[in-house]
Ligand binder design. Structure first.
Ligand code: MLT
Length: 389
């Protein structure tokens, strides 16, 4: 009989695959499910990006392997670096400090394979994006949870990381604007993080796909704009969220040249890169679609207010998030997050992500995503009013 590899024993089924199965089963049984679970924008990809994809897809030169350049198409890397310099005041060298990815999720995985050894300790925020711990385990390393709590504004308290753990840690996974909590980082926090990582030679995997989704005067912030960051950090980013391109699978890693070269080595031995037509479409996104990013912000700004106002009106106290398109809500009366998510599903046919799926410190919360149409979100709010109001 076949047996799967032991390295998979610690790895749970992927949260959003499990939720998708649950949603599909309910839909097949005729239930009108509203999913506020996965963060997957429902608005279409902007027209200029689709037009460029179609143009490039008709060119047979793009039907061959996209492997001419190990780090991804040079023209796209140059455009990414221009975008980073102009928008976030972060200087990135397109030749040595930028790698094109099949979405930022695989970047987190390749980072672990490139930068940590079996048996190493890797710091990861708790709560934390569900992709991080499996990447660390698959590299044979062990995640060490660094708590993020409401009292600290969901920023990790670096001084509370025990000295022996800081000494032996090889890497640190974190992301701001934060998925799942919606917290944003300040330049001061990032400067402390960079100093901490430099002191202990820790490689930072700074996952930043929500960089542009910030509200109430907060400014988009790249760790690469912090002095000294490139000595220790790689920033991951993605076209998925700002340009409604989740399905296209296009992202990038930027930062420390040793880490970028190591990730490119892992990648070129794993996959054959991103379809050239998609890379050309990425160039069009960066060159032509900054106004669409502003429109996207207006959409989520409106929806976050709608949800926060509705919940506050039924006595479920919450503030709209400072960043991302998620609301991280304490469950009423501190109820168990999985039980409460199950109750929402049974009573209102609404699917949310239970906080416990993000780590021990996610217990007592649920995450709600704003990536559905305004109409469906209104319907979801009606159901919440009727069920809990
Ligand atoms: C999320 O909903 O947190 C993600 O964007 C979806 C994923 O990458 O799994």
């Amino acid at each position: 009989m076949l047996r799967k590899a032991t390295r998979l024993e610690k790895i749970p089924p992927y949260l959003f695959m499990e939720l998708r199965n649950k949603i599909n089963k309910a839909k097949a049984a005729g239930v009108d499910v509203i999913s506020l679970a996965i963060g997957d924008p429902v608005e279409p990809t902007p027209g200029p990006i689709i037009e460029e994809l179609c143009r490039a897809a008709h060119d047979p030169a793009n039907h061959r392997y996209p492997t001419d350049e190990e780090k991804g198409m040079a023209a796209l890397r140059r455009e990414v670096c221009r975008w980073y310099a102009g928008r976030y005041a972060a200087q990135v060298n397109p030749e040595t400090e930028c790698l094109i990815l099949i979405g930022s999720k695989e970047g987190g995985h390749h980072f672990a394979l490139a930068m940590v050894n079996p048996g190493d300790t890797v710091l990861v925020t708790d709560p934390g994006y569900p992709g991080y711990r499996p990447s660390i385990w698959l590299a044979g390393a062990e995640p060490y949870p660094v708590p993020m709590t409401a009292e600290n504004g969901f920023l990790p308290d670096l001084r509370k990381i025990p000295a022996d753990v800081a000494r032996k840690a090889k890497a640190f996974y974190l992301n701001y604007p934060n998925n799942p909590t919606g917290a944003v980082a300040t330049p001061e926090f990032l400067a402390q993080l960079v100093a901490f990582a430099r002191e202990h030679s820790i490689a930072i995997c700074y996952d930043n796909p929500y960089i542009d989704i910030v509200f109430d005067g907060a400014r988009p912030l790249s760790i690469l704009s912090i002095a000294g960051a490139k000595d220790v950090a790689v920033e991951l980013n993605s076209f998925s969220k700002p340009f409604n391109m989740c399905g296209w699978r296009l992202g990038m890693a930027m930062g420390n040249p040793t880490a970028i070269a190591a990730m490119a080595q892992v990648k070129s031995n794993t996959d054959s890169g991103v379809f050239n037509a998609v890379q050309y479409a990425g160039i069009a996104a960066l060159k032509l679609c900054a106004p669409e990013v502003e429109e996207m912000l207006r959409v989520y700004g409106r929806r976050r207010r709608l949800v926060a106002d509705t919940l506050n009106s039924i006595g479920w106290k919450c503030a709209p998030p400072k960043g991302t398109f998620y609301l991280w809500l304490p469950t009423p009366d501190g109820r168990n997050s999985a039980d409460f998510a199950a109750q929402l599903f049974e009573r209102a046919h609404i699917v949310v992500a239970p906080g416990s799926a993000y780590g021990k410190f996610g217990e007592g919360y649920i995450r709600l995503s704003l990536t559905i149409t305004d109409d469906r979100l209104e319907q979801a709010m009606d159901r919440l009013r009727k069920t809990f109001g």
